[in-house]
Design a protein around this ligand. Structure first.
Ligand code: FES
Ligand SMILES: [Fe+2]
Length: 354
């Protein structure tokens, strides 16, 4: 179940250079390459002649020459040369995908190109705020369906059990999770008041006594998650809207559904502490790696389990509000796209929470 009319992350800007690179998104193979500092091109990675992947061809200027019989395509996907004949058949083209680079991240639009609206590209003001430090992390490759991965990113309840040394501890086990929708964004959150700081904030917050700790999981449909988490000394009596005054970290996850059983999670963070301290960035990366490997182990194990015949349906618990709302909204969006394809525009029925 894929939502096609959306900007998906094809990679960090640094992943694209002069070389032709195959990128797979929603089971479609793209050939991508950089034409200038701000512009990356994405074309269908399939020659219309004998289906040779163009990513195995040769770049000539900004054109690609197919590695089999030399048909050549420009960066609009138009065929500009057919060796052995003068006329270019009208079906000799490859599809071009809209691409934008923003905040050093390359986004590709996988739906109908006339619906590609730049205003829909994910952004947040902290990318350019002087009080924050932006650090690109790494890519986690998961043998798991993106819905399960996204579900994990709108599920604060697993943190106490899966990440006991970094992001969670026992104090949060029984704290209820709230869920709401803010426009197109789903948010699940909870505060754990007056408890021991978790490993992450013992290391980076410099807290000696108890803290108030928060986790806000924002899911920008279909597959971008922002986890706003942080801590403040109990004496600060921090209100929900004053999180800025605590030690605050945004962990960003850009999920790229490669196929039904494979998802790439590119992760990074933006923080209001240890500004311009690259050693702190690396130490945080090391802690995130521990936590995300813990998620990977869980998600790959349940993916395996899902492949088996199921005798009973999985049960849903009170803590599952975020994941439940998420899946319904994805289903609604996917159904909406399918019905639009049939020429029957239907309004989605969103807001299922509470
Ligand atoms: S397969 Fe590309 S030119 Fe023949
Ligand atoms: Fe997790």
């Amino acid at each position: 179940m894929y939502v096609r009319n959306a900007w998906y992350v094809a990679g960090w800007a640094s992943e694209f250079g002069d070389a032709l690179k195959r990128v797979t998104v929603l089971e479609e193979h793209l050939v991508m390459y950089r034409v200038d500092a701000d512009t990356v091109v994405a074309l269908e990675d399939r020659c219309p002649h004998r289906l040779m992947p163009l990513s195995q061809g040769k770049r000539i200027g900004n054109d690609i020459q197919c590695g089999y019989h030399g048909m050549t395509f420009n960066c609009e996907g138009t065929c500009v040369r057919v060796p052995g004949q003068d006329n270019v058949p009208s079906s000799a083209y490859v599809t071009k995908y809209p691409v934008r680079q923003k905040n050093n991240i390359v986004f590709v639009w996988m739906g109908e190109s006339d619906k590609a609206d730049e205003a829909l590209i994910f952004d947040m003001p902290e990318f350019n705020a002087p009080t924050y430090h932006v650090h690109q992390g790494d890519a986690l490759h998961l043998q798991a369906n993106y819905l399960n991965v996204a579900e994990n990113l709108v599920d604060p309840a697993h943190v106490s059990f899966v990440h006991p040394t970094t992001l969670g501890n026992a104090a949060s086990e029984n704290v209820p999770v709230h869920v709401d929708t803010q426009g197109e964004v789903l948010v699940a959150w909870r505060w754990i008041r007056d408890s021991e700081p978790v490993g992450f904030f013992q290391k980076f917050g410099g807290f000696s006594g108890n803290v108030d700790r928060w986790h806000y999981y924002y899911l920008h449909l279909p597959s971008i998650a922002v986890i706003d988490f942080g801590s403040a000394a109990v004496e600060q009596q921090l209100a929900e809207e004053e999180r800025e005054q605590g030690v605050r970290i945004f962990a960003l996850h850009f999920l790229t559904p490669v196929n039904k059983h494979y998802t790439i999670d590119r992760w990074m963070h933006i923080r209001n502490a240890a500004l311009n301290d690259e050693q702190a960035s690396e130490q945080m990366d090391a802690m995130f790696r521990i936590a995300f490997d813990e998620d990977k182990a869980i998600l790959e194990a349940i993916e395996q389990q899902e492949q088996l015949p199921q005798k009973r349906k999985p049960i849903r618990l009170a803590i599952d509000k975020g994941p439940t709302v998420y899946r319904r909204r994805i289903r609604d969006l996917a159904e909406l796209e399918a019905t639009e394809d049939l020429g029957e525009p239907v309004r989605p029925t969103f807001v299922h929470h509470e």
